[in-house]
Design a protein around this ligand. Sequence first.
Ligand SMILES: O=C(O)C(=O)Cc1ccccc1
Length: 311
Amino acid sequence: MPNTPSALASSSGEVQELPALIFLGLPGTYSHQAAFDAFGDSVHYVAKQTIADVIESLSSEVPFGIIPQENSTNGSVIETYNLLRCERVGQDSFVRGETSMQIQHSLVVRQNVKIEDIEHIFSHEQALGQCKAFLKGLLPRASLVPMDSTASAARALLNPSSESFDPLKSAAICSTVVTSLFPGLEVLRTGIQDGESNMTRFYIVSYGVDVGIPWQTPPTYQKHALIRLLPDRLGDSVAWDSSRAIKALNIPISRIDRRPSLYPVTFHDVYFLEVYADGGKESDVAWSDCVNQAVEGLRQAGLESTVLGIW
Ligand SMILES: O=C(O)C(=O)Cc1ccccc1
């Protein structure tokens, strides 16, 4: 697992603090592994309990974060999109990049617990959703218990936080890595995710729009941007017309997500449009101009929009 020194000696011999990167912890989560694959020893890792804590803890002292955004088996990460509705995203915090990782889930138990003992399964809701076929086939009667992260689920087997679950009748879905981080656990089954390829895409977020991202492995995906669109705030006067936004934007759109808006208007939604540069060959400045121009087009069409990130 990531071995993470928090400071490096510079060539002049003085100790330089590494920039901090916040991930959904405990150590051993998939977010932690994805972060380490992308940033290695170039950052200092800070674990937070929830995805919301990752976004809310960004500051000039702790400027980088990683959040899961989408999974190829189970779809969008709802908690992440709910957070992207908050005003601070697009004001002081921004999406600045992406990284993807293939995920193999394991069924982990306290040592000596057998498959036939299991009545409860703990994990992050994404992992529970990515293993539906396995669970239906092997443990159809087990109750599914959502937890803040896969590693928190594994640790709950050792330190149960409530008396309603007997850890000797419970299992966690997580990475096999946790069994070396938390002694007393063992792997019962591995490769339990549905489908051959189970990829998760993560957003890299930063506090401040132009602070340099300390990649160790340079990203291969380039020229994307995320735009948040808030159709008519009163909700009941003009019907939402996606084609109006798509026409006004006038750049290729790779995905559209939708969540209920934070305004107390029934069925009033906020939209997230991810756009990209066809070919992706222009300079960062040209791409940024192109995105800002597209957003200006949306505003002129009367659509309130905010750039949440350009990368
Ligand atoms: O809980 C974790 O380990 C996470 O990083 C969130 C998550 C869960 C399942 C698949 C991808 C990311």
